[in-house]
Design a protein around this ligand. Structure first.
Ligand SMILES: [Ca+2]
Length: 189
């Protein structure tokens, strides 16, 4: 029985680790695409979630040659969220390049306003940040046809990271542990 429990444990851990590796390979940035959006700012408030995916970065203008149309949407709103890791206390300059509007918030504070309907436009903004992890949000919308896309350039030394507590990887690991517990209780019964 002890041996079987160990095998089940190894199996569940393997499943959890495979899930963890997959989520990291897919990317640390979460992208929600909406059919409903405002033609102002970064397009919020959004409505009508079309779909979600993850990405290793926010280079949707560069990666597509300014022809970003997720889920084949002509016009759409995108709410892009995740966390960044800051190496040391200091002032950091971020850059948003977008068509149409985009806004960058860090820890809920607006850092860059590149909002409204416009052609490809580059705007930078500086945030004073403490060392460690910070949640960010890039709001974006595409309307009026023509070019579509958004790039966020991170300052040197700053990188995307998993968000603290409540990450999906930890939920997966927790689920696997519950499964082991329930299986071994069933086997003992
Ligand atoms: Ca456009």
């Amino acid at each position: 029985m002890q041996q079987l429990n160990q095998k089940l444990g190894a199996l569940a851990l393997g499943v959890a680790l495979a899930g963890l590796a997959q989520s990291q390979a897919a990317g640390l940035v979460n992208v929600d695409i909406y059919s409903g959006f405002a033609d102002a700012g970064g397009g919020a408030p959004y409505s009508g979630l079309v779909g979600s995916f993850t990405s290793p970065d926010i280079m949707f203008a560069t990666d597509t040659g300014y022809n970003w149309h997720p889920f084949s949407m002509g016009s759409f709103g995108a709410d892009i969220t995740g966390c960044i890791d800051v190496p040391a206390d200091g002032a950091y300059t971020f850059t948003l390049d977008s068509d149409d509007g985009s806004i960058l918030l860090i820890g809920g504070s607006p850092i860059i306003d590149n909002g409204g309907g416009h052609g490809p436009t580059v705007v930078s903004g500086t945030a004073t940040l403490s060392a460690g992890k910070h949640p960010f949000e890039v709001q974006f919308f595409e309307d009026f046809g023509g070019p579509s896309g958004v790039d966020l350039t991170l300052p040197a030394g700053v990188s995307y990271t998993s968000c603290p507590d409540g990450g999906s990887s930890m939920a997966l690991l927790g689920g696997a542990m519950l499964l082991i517990g329930s299986l071994s209780r069933k086997l003992r019964a």
